[in-house]
Design a protein around this ligand. Structure first.
Ligand code: HEC
Length: 286
Protein backbone atom coordinates (compact mmCIF):
# COMPACT_ATOMS: atom_id res chain seq x y z
CA UNK A 1 0.00 0.00 0.00
CA UNK A 2 1.16 3.51 -0.70
CA UNK A 3 1.72 5.38 2.54
CA UNK A 4 -0.69 8.34 2.60
CA UNK A 5 0.63 11.81 3.38
CA UNK A 6 -0.50 13.55 6.57
CA UNK A 7 -2.32 16.12 4.43
CA UNK A 8 -3.69 15.81 0.95
CA UNK A 9 -3.04 18.49 -1.68
CA UNK A 10 -6.52 17.94 -3.04
CA UNK A 11 -8.32 18.44 0.28
CA UNK A 12 -6.14 21.42 1.05
CA UNK A 13 -6.90 22.97 -2.31
CA UNK A 14 -10.62 22.28 -2.07
CA UNK A 15 -10.88 23.69 1.44
CA UNK A 16 -9.20 26.90 0.35
CA UNK A 17 -11.33 27.01 -2.77
CA UNK A 18 -14.54 26.65 -0.75
CA UNK A 19 -13.29 29.40 1.60
CA UNK A 20 -12.68 31.78 -1.29
CA UNK A 21 -16.08 30.92 -2.75
CA UNK A 22 -17.79 31.62 0.56
CA UNK A 23 -16.15 35.03 0.92
CA UNK A 24 -17.02 35.81 -2.71
CA UNK A 25 -20.64 34.75 -2.07
CA UNK A 26 -20.97 36.99 0.98
CA UNK A 27 -19.43 39.93 -0.89
CA UNK A 28 -21.69 39.33 -3.89
CA UNK A 29 -24.82 39.28 -1.71
CA UNK A 30 -23.82 42.53 0.04
CA UNK A 31 -23.00 44.24 -3.24
CA UNK A 32 -26.11 43.06 -5.07
CA UNK A 33 -28.40 43.95 -2.15
CA UNK A 34 -27.06 47.49 -1.89
CA UNK A 35 -27.31 47.84 -5.67
CA UNK A 36 -30.84 46.45 -5.48
CA UNK A 37 -32.07 49.10 -3.08
CA UNK A 38 -30.72 51.86 -5.36
CA UNK A 39 -32.34 50.30 -8.43
CA UNK A 40 -35.61 49.66 -6.53
CA UNK A 41 -35.83 53.29 -5.46
CA UNK A 42 -35.12 54.42 -9.01
CA UNK A 43 -37.85 52.10 -10.28
CA UNK A 44 -40.44 53.31 -7.77
CA UNK A 45 -39.52 56.92 -8.52
CA UNK A 46 -39.93 56.39 -12.25
CA UNK A 47 -43.35 54.83 -11.66
CA UNK A 48 -44.41 57.89 -9.66
CA UNK A 49 -43.14 60.25 -12.36
CA UNK A 50 -44.99 58.32 -15.05
CA UNK A 51 -48.19 58.69 -13.05
CA UNK A 52 -47.64 62.40 -12.72
CA UNK A 53 -46.94 62.82 -16.40
CA UNK A 54 -50.13 60.94 -17.24
CA UNK A 55 -52.07 63.18 -14.84
CA UNK A 56 -50.54 66.26 -16.47
CA UNK A 57 -51.79 64.99 -19.81
CA UNK A 58 -55.26 64.46 -18.36
CA UNK A 59 -55.15 68.05 -17.09
CA UNK A 60 -54.01 69.24 -20.50
CA UNK A 61 -56.75 67.29 -22.25
CA UNK A 62 -59.36 68.82 -19.96
CA UNK A 63 -58.04 72.35 -20.50
CA UNK A 64 -57.89 72.02 -24.28
CA UNK A 65 -60.79 69.77 -25.18
CA UNK A 66 -63.32 69.59 -22.35
CA UNK A 67 -63.21 73.05 -20.81
CA UNK A 68 -64.13 74.88 -24.05
CA UNK A 69 -67.28 72.72 -24.30
CA UNK A 70 -68.36 72.84 -20.66
CA UNK A 71 -67.22 76.37 -19.68
CA UNK A 72 -70.04 78.11 -21.66
CA UNK A 73 -72.60 75.88 -19.95
CA UNK A 74 -71.15 76.61 -16.50
CA UNK A 75 -70.98 80.33 -17.31
CA UNK A 76 -74.73 80.66 -17.93
CA UNK A 77 -75.97 77.94 -15.64
CA UNK A 78 -77.11 78.78 -12.16
CA UNK A 79 -77.75 75.12 -11.65
CA UNK A 80 -75.21 72.64 -10.36
CA UNK A 81 -71.61 73.31 -11.45
CA UNK A 82 -70.23 70.77 -13.96
CA UNK A 83 -66.79 69.94 -12.54
CA UNK A 84 -65.74 68.03 -15.68
CA UNK A 85 -64.42 71.37 -16.98
CA UNK A 86 -61.87 71.49 -14.15
CA UNK A 87 -58.41 70.02 -14.96
CA UNK A 88 -57.70 69.20 -11.31
CA UNK A 89 -61.04 67.45 -10.94
CA UNK A 90 -60.54 65.25 -14.01
CA UNK A 91 -56.99 64.30 -12.96
CA UNK A 92 -58.05 63.27 -9.46
CA UNK A 93 -61.08 61.42 -10.84
CA UNK A 94 -58.98 59.48 -13.36
CA UNK A 95 -56.67 58.50 -10.54
CA UNK A 96 -59.63 57.43 -8.43
CA UNK A 97 -60.75 55.07 -11.20
CA UNK A 98 -57.22 53.79 -11.62
CA UNK A 99 -57.16 52.85 -7.95
CA UNK A 100 -60.15 50.57 -8.47
CA UNK A 101 -57.59 48.30 -10.11
CA UNK A 102 -56.15 46.68 -7.03
CA UNK A 103 -52.59 46.79 -8.45
CA UNK A 104 -52.75 50.51 -7.67
CA UNK A 105 -54.88 50.60 -4.55
CA UNK A 106 -51.92 51.67 -2.37
CA UNK A 107 -51.11 54.58 -4.67
CA UNK A 108 -52.24 58.09 -3.86
CA UNK A 109 -52.47 61.20 -5.99
CA UNK A 110 -53.01 64.65 -4.55
CA UNK A 111 -53.21 68.12 -5.94
CA UNK A 112 -52.64 69.99 -2.74
CA UNK A 113 -52.74 73.75 -2.29
CA UNK A 114 -52.22 76.25 0.52
CA UNK A 115 -55.27 78.16 -0.74
CA UNK A 116 -57.49 75.48 -2.28
CA UNK A 117 -60.80 75.81 -4.09
CA UNK A 118 -61.93 72.51 -2.63
CA UNK A 119 -61.31 72.05 1.13
CA UNK A 120 -60.32 68.42 0.38
CA UNK A 121 -57.23 69.77 -1.40
CA UNK A 122 -55.97 71.72 1.61
CA UNK A 123 -52.31 70.81 2.09
CA UNK A 124 -51.43 68.99 5.31
CA UNK A 125 -48.27 69.89 7.25
CA UNK A 126 -45.86 67.82 5.11
CA UNK A 127 -47.49 68.88 1.83
CA UNK A 128 -47.42 72.55 2.86
CA UNK A 129 -43.68 72.30 3.49
CA UNK A 130 -43.14 70.93 -0.03
CA UNK A 131 -45.29 73.66 -1.61
CA UNK A 132 -43.40 76.39 0.29
CA UNK A 133 -40.10 74.99 -0.95
CA UNK A 134 -41.38 75.06 -4.55
CA UNK A 135 -42.60 78.65 -4.05
CA UNK A 136 -39.29 79.78 -2.57
CA UNK A 137 -37.19 78.20 -5.30
CA UNK A 138 -38.60 78.52 -8.84
CA UNK A 139 -35.86 76.33 -10.33
CA UNK A 140 -36.84 73.40 -8.10
CA UNK A 141 -38.60 70.92 -10.40
CA UNK A 142 -39.12 67.91 -8.17
CA UNK A 143 -38.85 66.70 -4.59
CA UNK A 144 -38.92 63.10 -3.46
CA UNK A 145 -38.25 60.97 -0.42
CA UNK A 146 -39.66 58.68 2.22
CA UNK A 147 -42.77 59.78 4.06
CA UNK A 148 -43.01 59.77 7.83
CA UNK A 149 -45.56 57.05 8.29
CA UNK A 150 -46.89 55.29 11.32
CA UNK A 151 -47.44 51.99 9.54
CA UNK A 152 -44.51 49.65 8.84
CA UNK A 153 -45.37 49.78 5.12
CA UNK A 154 -42.99 52.54 4.07
CA UNK A 155 -44.28 55.10 1.64
CA UNK A 156 -42.32 57.01 -0.94
CA UNK A 157 -43.43 60.28 -2.49
CA UNK A 158 -42.56 62.35 -5.52
CA UNK A 159 -43.84 65.92 -5.77
CA UNK A 160 -43.82 68.48 -8.55
CA UNK A 161 -45.00 72.07 -8.42
CA UNK A 162 -48.24 73.06 -10.16
CA UNK A 163 -47.57 76.36 -11.84
CA UNK A 164 -50.39 78.43 -13.25
CA UNK A 165 -49.32 79.00 -16.86
CA UNK A 166 -52.59 79.57 -18.74
CA UNK A 167 -54.85 82.58 -18.94
CA UNK A 168 -57.78 80.13 -19.04
CA UNK A 169 -57.12 79.14 -15.40
CA UNK A 170 -57.82 82.70 -14.32
CA UNK A 171 -61.49 82.47 -15.21
CA UNK A 172 -62.00 80.33 -12.14
CA UNK A 173 -59.01 81.24 -9.99
CA UNK A 174 -58.54 85.03 -10.14
CA UNK A 175 -61.52 86.74 -8.51
CA UNK A 176 -64.89 85.28 -7.47
CA UNK A 177 -66.79 87.66 -9.78
CA UNK A 178 -65.02 86.18 -12.86
CA UNK A 179 -65.77 82.58 -11.80
CA UNK A 180 -68.96 80.82 -12.94
CA UNK A 181 -71.74 81.52 -10.43
CA UNK A 182 -72.46 77.82 -10.24
CA UNK A 183 -68.85 77.23 -9.10
CA UNK A 184 -69.25 79.82 -6.35
CA UNK A 185 -72.45 78.12 -5.24
CA UNK A 186 -70.66 74.80 -4.89
CA UNK A 187 -67.22 75.89 -3.64
CA UNK A 188 -67.84 79.30 -2.09
CA UNK A 189 -65.60 82.29 -2.69
CA UNK A 190 -63.03 81.91 0.05
CA UNK A 191 -60.47 79.55 -1.49
CA UNK A 192 -58.69 79.11 -4.80
CA UNK A 193 -58.73 82.79 -5.78
CA UNK A 194 -56.11 85.52 -6.12
CA UNK A 195 -53.85 83.31 -8.23
CA UNK A 196 -51.69 84.86 -10.95
CA UNK A 197 -49.99 83.57 -14.08
CA UNK A 198 -46.56 82.23 -13.10
CA UNK A 199 -47.53 81.44 -9.49
CA UNK A 200 -46.85 78.06 -7.93
CA UNK A 201 -50.43 77.34 -6.82
CA UNK A 202 -49.98 73.87 -5.43
CA UNK A 203 -48.18 70.58 -5.86
CA UNK A 204 -48.84 67.27 -7.52
CA UNK A 205 -47.92 64.59 -5.05
CA UNK A 206 -47.81 60.87 -5.83
CA UNK A 207 -47.38 58.55 -2.86
CA UNK A 208 -46.72 54.86 -3.33
CA UNK A 209 -45.32 51.94 -1.34
CA UNK A 210 -41.53 51.96 -1.30
CA UNK A 211 -41.46 48.45 -2.80
CA UNK A 212 -44.32 48.93 -5.29
CA UNK A 213 -44.25 46.07 -7.79
CA UNK A 214 -40.96 44.66 -6.50
CA UNK A 215 -40.08 41.64 -4.36
CA UNK A 216 -39.20 42.72 -0.81
CA UNK A 217 -35.42 42.94 -0.20
CA UNK A 218 -35.60 39.99 2.26
CA UNK A 219 -37.16 37.68 -0.32
CA UNK A 220 -34.83 38.94 -2.99
CA UNK A 221 -31.82 38.20 -0.73
CA UNK A 222 -33.07 34.66 -0.14
CA UNK A 223 -33.49 34.07 -3.88
CA UNK A 224 -30.04 35.48 -4.48
CA UNK A 225 -28.36 33.31 -1.84
CA UNK A 226 -30.16 30.23 -3.18
CA UNK A 227 -29.15 30.99 -6.78
CA UNK A 228 -25.54 32.04 -6.15
CA UNK A 229 -25.07 29.43 -3.37
CA UNK A 230 -26.38 26.65 -5.61
CA UNK A 231 -24.09 27.75 -8.39
CA UNK A 232 -21.09 27.89 -6.02
CA UNK A 233 -21.83 24.38 -4.73
CA UNK A 234 -22.03 23.11 -8.33
CA UNK A 235 -18.69 24.79 -9.12
CA UNK A 236 -17.05 23.25 -6.02
CA UNK A 237 -18.30 19.78 -6.98
CA UNK A 238 -17.16 20.19 -10.59
CA UNK A 239 -13.73 21.49 -9.52
CA UNK A 240 -13.46 18.57 -7.08
CA UNK A 241 -14.10 16.08 -9.90
CA UNK A 242 -11.74 17.77 -12.32
CA UNK A 243 -9.04 18.17 -9.69
CA UNK A 244 -9.21 14.55 -8.63
CA UNK A 245 -9.15 13.19 -12.20
CA UNK A 246 -6.45 15.60 -13.44
CA UNK A 247 -4.18 15.73 -10.38
CA UNK A 248 -5.12 13.46 -7.57
CA UNK A 249 -5.60 10.10 -9.30
CA UNK A 250 -2.38 10.14 -11.42
CA UNK A 251 -0.48 11.41 -8.37
CA UNK A 252 -1.81 8.54 -6.29
CA UNK A 253 -0.90 6.02 -9.01
CA UNK A 254 2.60 7.48 -9.24
CA UNK A 255 3.01 7.26 -5.47
CA UNK A 256 1.84 3.65 -5.52
CA UNK A 257 4.19 2.66 -8.34
CA UNK A 258 7.15 4.31 -6.56
CA UNK A 259 6.20 2.80 -3.20
CA UNK A 260 5.72 -0.71 -4.51
CA UNK A 261 8.53 -0.49 -7.05
CA UNK A 262 6.57 -1.53 -10.12
CA UNK A 263 6.46 0.24 -13.45
CA UNK A 264 3.18 1.65 -14.67
CA UNK A 265 3.31 1.79 -18.46
CA UNK A 266 0.17 3.83 -18.83
CA UNK A 267 1.63 6.46 -16.52
CA UNK A 268 4.96 6.51 -18.35
CA UNK A 269 3.21 7.07 -21.68
CA UNK A 270 1.51 10.23 -20.43
CA UNK A 271 2.77 13.37 -22.20
CA UNK A 272 2.40 15.54 -19.08
CA UNK A 273 4.41 16.08 -15.88
CA UNK A 274 3.17 12.78 -14.38
CA UNK A 275 4.51 10.89 -17.42
CA UNK A 276 7.81 12.73 -17.09
CA UNK A 277 8.03 11.95 -13.36
CA UNK A 278 7.18 8.26 -13.95
CA UNK A 279 9.96 8.05 -16.58
CA UNK A 280 12.43 9.85 -14.28
CA UNK A 281 11.63 7.44 -11.41
CA UNK A 282 12.12 4.51 -13.80
CA UNK A 283 15.52 5.92 -14.88
CA UNK A 284 16.51 6.46 -11.25
CA UNK A 285 15.52 2.94 -10.32
CA UNK A 286 17.55 1.56 -13.19
C1 HEC B 1 -63.92 75.88 -14.76
C2 HEC B 1 -63.20 76.53 -13.68
C3 HEC B 1 -61.74 76.13 -13.49
C4 HEC B 1 -60.73 76.21 -14.41
C5 HEC B 1 -60.77 76.68 -15.85
C6 HEC B 1 -59.54 75.78 -13.71
N1 HEC B 1 -59.85 75.43 -12.43
FE1 HEC B 1 -58.57 74.77 -11.07
N2 HEC B 1 -60.12 74.25 -9.89
C7 HEC B 1 -61.42 74.62 -10.10
C8 HEC B 1 -62.26 73.95 -9.12
C9 HEC B 1 -63.76 74.07 -9.01
C10 HEC B 1 -61.41 73.17 -8.33
C11 HEC B 1 -61.77 72.20 -7.21
C12 HEC B 1 -62.00 70.86 -7.86
C13 HEC B 1 -62.31 69.74 -6.92
O1 HEC B 1 -63.45 69.65 -6.44
O2 HEC B 1 -61.41 68.92 -6.68
C14 HEC B 1 -60.04 73.40 -8.84
C15 HEC B 1 -58.93 72.84 -8.30
C16 HEC B 1 -57.64 73.19 -8.69
C17 HEC B 1 -56.44 72.77 -8.00
C18 HEC B 1 -56.36 71.88 -6.77
C19 HEC B 1 -56.36 72.71 -5.53
C20 HEC B 1 -57.68 73.35 -5.27
O3 HEC B 1 -57.75 74.55 -5.50
O4 HEC B 1 -58.63 72.66 -4.87
C21 HEC B 1 -55.40 73.31 -8.68
C22 HEC B 1 -53.93 73.17 -8.32
C23 HEC B 1 -55.93 74.01 -9.79
N3 HEC B 1 -57.29 73.93 -9.78
C24 HEC B 1 -55.17 74.66 -10.73
C25 HEC B 1 -55.70 75.08 -11.93
C26 HEC B 1 -54.90 75.45 -13.06
C27 HEC B 1 -53.38 75.49 -13.10
C28 HEC B 1 -55.77 75.72 -14.08
C29 HEC B 1 -55.44 76.08 -15.48
C30 HEC B 1 -54.78 75.08 -16.26
C31 HEC B 1 -57.13 75.53 -13.56
N4 HEC B 1 -57.02 75.14 -12.26
C32 HEC B 1 -58.29 75.73 -14.27
C33 HEC B 1 -61.89 75.41 -11.10
C34 HEC B 1 -61.19 75.64 -12.26
Amino acid sequence: MASSPARSVATDFLLRFVGVQLVALILAVILVLSGYSVVARQYVRSQAIQFMDVMLSVREYTSRKINPIIAPINAVSDEAFLPSAVPSYSATKVFEYLRLNHAYEDFQYREASLNPTSPADLADEQEAQLIRRFMANPSLKELSGSLDSKSDHHQYFVAKPIRLTKESCLTCHSTPDRAPRSQIRVYGETGGFGWQVGDVVGAQIVTLPEDAGLPAPGRFALLLVAAVGGLSAAVVLAVNRIFSSVVFRPLFKLLQSVDKGYEDENLEKRPDEFGLLARRFKDLRH
